[in-house]
Design a protein around this ligand. Structure first.
Ligand code: TRP
Ligand code: ZN
Length: 463
C-alpha cells in the first residue's frame, strides 16, 4: 500500500467514525468491477482487489472425473468493497466464507459474486474460502478449444491460456494480477499430480497420494496447472543448483527422453542470452493426450506438452519463462510480447546450433505473398481473442524483433532483452514500455520499425 495514502485513509476513517458514529464502510464501499478492463476479455479478472496467494486443495478421482475442492484466496482490497467477484465456470459452489464469516454468493455467468457480511476496507487483507465440486470441463468456445481442464484417459491435462483456469478454481483471472500459489492435489495411489514450483510434500496413505506444490514467485492464474496422469517422474539439480522435476507419460518416454535431457543446456543457453533464470524451480510435464491436436503451454516453472516435444518447442516454452511468465502481459493485445519473443528464441537457437540464421527465417517469412495469413493483422493489434495465437503474433512478432535487432545491432539488442527481463522481472510490461526501453538502452529510435512491423496493416513494403 502507498504509505501516505494509507495514513490518509485511516485518518479519514477515524474522522468519519467520530463525526457520524456509523461505520464509514457502509457508506463508501462499492462493488468491485466485474472485469479487469481487458478489451479482449471484458469479464476476465475483477476490480477492487489484488490476489496475493491462492491455497488450492484439490481431490480428483480420474475414474469418474470428479473434483472436490477448496480454494483459499488471500487478497488485498484496493477499494472499499461491498462485494467482489472471482471468475469460475461450471462446478457447484457449496459455501463461501470471507474471513471466518459465511458470505452470500451467487453465480452470474463466469462470475462468482461474493457479498461479505461486512464490507471490506480499502487496504484490508482478507481471506475468501470457497468449497466447490463437480466435473470440470474445458472452456471449449469457438476459437478457444482445450482451454482449461481436459480429461485424459489417465487423468487430466490442465492448461489455462488465455481464460481456462476458471474451469478448475475461482480466481482473479487476468495476467495483470499475479500471486503466489500452494496447490495440494490428492489422487488415487499410482497417479501423479503435478503443479508449478517445488514439490514441498508427498504423502501416500489409505490408497491415496497427496502432492503439495509450492510456488512462491508471482504467477498469472493462466499459468497454473494441476496435471494428473500415470507419470514417470525424475528430479535432479542442474549444475547451478536449480531443482528440476519432470513428469512423463510412459507412452511418450522414448520420444521425449533425448529432448528432456537437454533442458539444463537450454536453461543455461537462455540464461546466457536473457539473464538469470527467473524462478526457483524448473521442469517439464509430457502428457499423452492424442485427442488434443497440439498444445503446449508455458505453465510457470514447468511447461506442459500434450505429447513429446521437439527441441524447438522446448526452447520456445522455456523462453516463455522469461517472456510471458516472469514478465507478464498487462493486457492480452500485447500477446506478441510473449509469442514473438518465444518464436525469436527458436530462431536464435537454430542460428547458434548449426541451423538457419534468424535472417534466413525472416527472409523466408517475408517471401510469403501479401495474401498469406501471416500479414492478416498487425501483431500488436489482434482484433479479438480468437486471433491471439495466429501467425502474425508468432512469426511477424519475431520479424519485428529481428528488425529491431538489425536496427540497433547485436550488442544493444541483447542488452535490451536482458534489461527487459531484469527490469520487469516478476512484473508486467506493455508494448509502449518495450519500445521506450529499446530507445533508452540502444540510443536509437525504434519508432518507425515499431510503427511498420507491429502496428502497420498488411505486408510491409520493404523487408
Ligand atoms: N502459449 C502457447 C505457446 O505458444 C500456445 C497456446 C496457448 C495456444 N493457448 C492457446 C495456442 C490457445 C492456440 C490456442 O506456447
Ligand atoms: Zn508460445
Amino acid at each position: 500500500m502507498h504509505p501516505i495514502r494509507g495514513t490518509f485513509v485511516s485518518l479519514g476513517l477515524i474522522l468519519s467514525l467520530t463525526v457520524t458514529a456509523a461505520p464509514v464502510e457502509a457508506d463508501t464501499a462499492t462493488p468491485g468491477a466485474p472485469g479487469a478492463g481487458d478489451p479482449l476479455f471484458p469479464l476476465d479478472g475483477n476490480g477492487g482487489y489484488h490476489a496475493l496467494h491462492y491455497g488450492l486443495d484439490l481431490s480428483y478421482e480420474p475414474a469418474t472425473a470428479h473434483l472436490d475442492a477448496r480454494a483459499v484466496v488471500t487478497a488485498r482490497a484496493t477499494q472499499a468493497l461491498s462485494r467482489f467477484g472471482l471468475d469460475l465456470s461450471g462446478l457447484t459452489v457449496r459455501s463461501v466464507r470471507v474471513g471466518s464469516a459465511p458470505a452470500a454468493f451467487r453465480r452470474e455467468g463466469q462470475e462468482l459474486v461474493i457479498t461479505p457480511r461486512t464490507p471490506l476496507r480499502r487496504g484490508q487483507v482478507f481471506r475468501t474460502t470457497v468449497t466447490y465440486d463437480g466435473t470440470p470441463a474445458a472452456v471449449n468456445e469457438p476459437g478457444d478449444p482445450y482451454d482449461g481442464w481436459n480429461v485424459t484417459d489417465h487423468g487430466a491435462f490442465v492448461a489455462g491460456e488465455p481464460q481456462g483456469s476458471r474451469t478448475w478454481f475461482p480466481l482473479n483471472n487476468h495476467p495483470s494480477d499475479k500471486s503466489a500459489f500452494d496447490v495440494t492435489i490428492t489422487v488415487p495411489e499410482g497417479y501423479t499430480a503435478v503443479s508449478n514450483g517445488r514439490l514441498a510434500a508427498l504423502r501416500t496413505r489409505h490408497g491415496h497420494s497427496t502432492f503439495h506444490w509450492h510456488s512462491p514467485e508471482p504467477m498469472a492464474g493462466y499459468l497454473a496447472t494441476a496435471t494428473i496422469g500415470k507419470f514417470r517422474t525424475e528430479s535432479y539439480r542442474t549444475r547451478s543448483g536449480l531443482p528440476v522435476y519432470n513428469a512423463v507419460d510412459p507412452r511418450e518416454a522414448a520420444a521425449s527422453a533425448p529432448v528432456l535431457k537437454r533442458l539444463p543446456e537450454v536453461l543455461e543457453w537462455e540464461s546466457g542470452l536473457f539473464g538469470p533464470y527467473p524462478f526457483s524451480a524448473a521442469g517439464a510435464i509430457v502428457d499423452h493426450a492424442p485427442q488434443i491436436p497440439y498444445y503446449a503451454l508455458e505453465t510457470q516453472t514447468r511447461p506442459l506438452y500434450c505429447k513429446a516435444p521437439t527441441i524447438i518447442t522446448l526452447v520456445h516454452e522455456t523462453a516463455h519463462q522469461w517472456f510471458g511468465d516472469s514478465v507478464s502481459l498487462s493486457r492480452w493485445q500485447d500477446i506478441w510480447l510473449n509469442e514473438g519473443f518465444a518464436t525469436y528464441a527458436e530462431w536464435l537457437w537454430a542460428e547458434q546450433h548449426g541451423g538457419p540464421t534468424a535472417q534466413r527465417f525472416f527472409d523466408d517469412a517475408y517471401a510469403k505473398p501479401a495474401t498469406d495469413p501471416v500479414w492478416a493483422f498487425p501483431p500488436a493489434l489482434p482484433a479479438d481473442y480468437t486471433h491471439l495465437f495466429d501467425d502474425p503474433v508468432y512469426t511477424r512478432g519475431a520479424m519485428a524483433l529481428h528488425k529491431i535487432r538489425t536496427l540497433v545491432g547485436d550488442h544493444a539488442f541483447f542488452d535490451v532483452l536482458r534489461a527487459w527481463a531484469a527490469r520487469h522481472r516478476d512484473g508486467h510490461g506493455t508494448t509502449a514500455e518495450f519500445t521506450a526501453l529499446t530507445r533508452t538502452v540502444s540510443h536509437k529510435d525504434p519508432g518507425p520499425t515499431v510503427a511498420t512491423w507491429l502496428y502497420g496493416k498488411g505486408k510491409p513494403a520493404r523487408p
